[in-house]
Design a protein around this ligand. Structure first.
Ligand code: SAH
Length: 214
């Protein structure tokens, strides 16, 4: 894909800004330096694509702030090759960043138009990502267990079925809380029945909702 030259220095500056804000994982920063974020925002916001801001993507949803994408990705502690499930495909930007990290990615979206448009966009950009229309609370039992699960919407209740789709030793990054009081958690499945969680700091996401929205 050939992209407009103006975006290249902007993307480089964004990566520097993320590093200054505390992102240290090289795989994450390198992945972000390869994804054309201007292709994942509404065309009217293309000029703002490399500002560290969440932006509207239609259907009442947003593309996550680059710092949030970087923080979630870094906290997945990827090495490459992991089987990963993302909840909330949205614009597809986080999915593209994960694909650039060399993982095998499944991504679920509950809104039909977003699912269809983003699946096509990711394919057109050359990404191999298994996009699925569904309810993230249910996960993908047919493809479980996963090494990593990343939830990109705020959950007001624990997604129990998803937790059970983690491998032992696997990690889930979950924005959890009520309304605007969301905290990012990393949850590790330490045994069949035991989970260990740690807080990674406050965060902002649109809510994780149940069912499919046709
Ligand atoms: N990862 C996205 C973030 C999009 S915002 C990006 O990089 O752009 C969160 C997305 O989660 C929205 O598209 C919303 O429709 C979706 N979502 C919310 N609840 C969901 C659920 N239960 N299952 C699947 N997707 C969900």
């Amino acid at each position: 894909m050939k992209e407009e030259a103006i975006y290249i220095p902007r993307r480089k500056r964004l990566v520097e800004e993320l590093a200054q804000k505390g992102i240290t994982d090289k795989m994450t920063l390198d992945a972000i330096s390869r994804v054309p974020r201007q292709c994942f925002v509404d065309i009217t916001f293309a000029n703002m694509a490399y500002e560290d801001k969440a932006l509207p993507i239609g259907h009442g949803q947003t593309i996550s702030q680059p710092f949030t994408v970087a923080k979630q990705t870094e906290n997945l502690r990827l090495k490459g090759g992991e089987k990963v499930l993302e909840i909330g495909t949205g614009s597809g930007y986080q999915a593209a960043v994960l694909a650039e990290c060399g993982v095998e990615l499944f991504s679920i979206e509950r809104q039909v138009p977003l699912y269809a448009a983003t699946k096509k966009k990711l394919t057109d950009l050359g990404y191999t990502i298994r996009c699925v229309l569904g309810d993230g609370f249910e996960g993908l039992p047919n493809h479980a267990p996963f090494d990593r699960i990343i939830v990109t919407a705020g959950a007001a209740e624990l997604p129990e079925k998803l937790l059970r789709q983690l491998k032992i030793g696997g990690l889930m990054i979950l924005p959890f809380g009520s309304g605007k009081n969301l905290e990012m958690y990393r949850i590790e499945r330490v045994s069949d029945v035991d989970f260990k969680s740690e807080k990674l700091g406050p965060c902002a996401f649109v809510p994780m909702l149940k069912g499919i929205n046709h």
